[in-house]
Design a protein around this ligand. Structure first.
Ligand code: MV4
Length: 449
């Protein structure tokens, strides 16, 4: 081992992922510090961490996104590492850099790598260089409407204009003809400039009904890389994933192997370390095309944990402590069975609008093949200030049909009273003949309405 485990870890997050990280630290025998906003004073991470510090008011900008507050909390409690979870500061290269300057280990990739992956058009160019398949598109950022029209004419319509600093669908425009390109380019640039740090826009061939398939990566600081298979994430609405599964019901083994081997080399070459996700779109032919890298642990990581038996959060911490992947994994990665995750959100099932409030009644399912990751508890409150995730329900079985049966059973026994949740929506998805057949793409939910 290059260096020992950490003495104490601060968790710069809230909700279920904060609790998930506390659990990993307990398994490793590492004490924890929870930071919390005034809205989360009575939360489970505060209760179950060894120490807890209030870092500010409910609004994220003044608490979970407030770098000086979090660094002060880390210094006061004398931690030697910070786990950022997902969202908030997890892909903020500046935060990772401030941690480094403060002598605190940021549990994630190096700041330079986070920054490079955050510029989508750069990540695209880097992946292309290492032989990862990308869609036909512009060579970097578009510098004029004329260049945009020329490029679009060359690759053929429809094309999609994307914000280089984007993600989550903002700053995207689809053009169906040359006449539309200059106007849509201006719109995309304007939207990107307002929403992100940069108004840069690039262009690529548009796939109208893609599947969203992503690969889980684990890489240490010594050049060892493992690709832990894929997750199928096509069941989403307005860029919010609802249900994820592994393996994908449609990915051909030959494509999985080819992409995994190329990715392994690319991830090593760019100096990526820690857990990460590489997102792809699949076209009608079943071919994969790189779209972006997520340099963090993701919400849906338990699906991969179920099929590999690997604790990804524990692995992140051990990687950050300088351990090698062979030490951490202790042998070859074996994937077995099928896993599905349903995201249980506090939302109105008809309007999909948030439904925060007090949980007046709660029954969590369990039994063979079921895992629940949640910060919910009887009489606990889901505040309105953050995302509406209440729980993640994960079912694992020997095959897809057993995983579906277990998930349906668990949803039947899952009771949340006092707030609306997406439980009815998940029951509907699992009973849809097209879902059961594996016959769906990212427009699956949209087609219902
Ligand atoms: C695309 C695409 C079609 N063609 N790129 C949406 C979020 C951003 N991360 C990438 N996105 C897309 N990029 C090309 N060339 C369609 C989408 C897209 C999408 C992708 C994954 C999951 C859900 C989606 C919903 C709408 C659009």
């Amino acid at each position: 081992m290059a260096s020992g485990p950490f003495k104490k870890i601060l968790i710069a997050n809230r909700g279920e992922i904060a609790l998930r990280i506390i659990c990993a630290c307990k398994d490793l025998g590492i004490p924890t510090v929870a930071v919390y906003s005034e809205a989360d004073r009575n939360s489970l991470p505060v209760r179950f961490a060894d120490q807890a510090i209030c870092i500010g008011p409910a609004k994220s900008a003044r608490s979970y996104l407030d770098i000086p507050s979090i660094i002060s909390a880390a210094e006061i409690t004398n931690v030697d590492a910070i786990h950022p979870g997902y969202g908030f500061l997890s892909e903020n290269a500046n935060f990772a850099d401030v941690c480094r300057e403060s002598g605190i280990k940021f549990i994630g990739p190096k700041p330079e790598v986070i920054a490079a992956m955050g510029i989508k058009e750069r990540a695209r160019a880097i992946m292309k260089d290492y032989g990862v398949p990308i869609l036909p598109g512009s060579d970097g950022v578009l510098s004029s409407p004329e260049e945009a029209v020329e490029t679009a004419n060359r690759i053929g319509y429809p094309v999609i204009l994307k914000a280089s600093a984007g993600g989550g669908g903002r700053g995207m425009r689809v053009a169906n003809s040359a006449e539309e390109v200059p106007h849509l380019l201006m719109q995309a640039q304007q939207e990107a400039g307002a929403a992100f740090s940069s108004a840069d826009v690039y262009l690529e061939k548009f796939i109208g009904a893609p599947r969203h398939i992503e690969f889980q990566v684990l890489a240490d600081e010594h050049g060892n890389v493992e690709i832990l298979g894929e997750r199928e994430c096509s069941i989403q609405r307005r860029h919010q994933k609802l249900l994820e599964e592994s393996p994908s019901p449609v990915l051909r083994a030959e494509v999985r192997e080819r992409v995994s081997e190329t990715l392994r080399q690319a991830i090593r070459a760019i100096g990526y370390s820690n857990a990460g996700t590489v997102e792809f779109l699949m076209d009608e032919k079943g071919d994969l095309y790189f779209i972006e890298v997520n340099a963090r642990i993701q919400v849906e990581h338990p699906v991969t944990e179920a099929v590999t038996g690997i604790d990804l959060v524990k692995a992140q911490i051990r990687i950050a402590a300088g351990e090698t992947l062979p030490e951490i994994l202790g042998g070859p990665v074996v994937r077995s069975g099928h896993a599905i995750e349903c995201r249980i959100n506090a939302e109105n099932p008809d309007t999909f609008t948030p439904s925060p409030g007090r949980i007046t009644g709660l029954n969590l399912p369990g039994g063979v093949g079921i895992r629940v990751d949640t910060h919910a508890f009887q009489d606990g409150v889901i505040p309105p200030y953050y995302d509406s995730l209440v729980a993640k329900l994960i079912a694992h079985g020997k095959d897809r049909s057993e995983a579906i049966a277990r998930m349906k059973r668990a949803l039947d026994l899952f009771v949340v009273e006092g707030i609306h949740t997406s439980i009815p929506l998940h029951k509907r998805i699992l009973n849809d003949p097209d879902f059961v057949e594996g016959n769906f793409d990212t427009n699956f939910i949209k087609r219902w309405f």
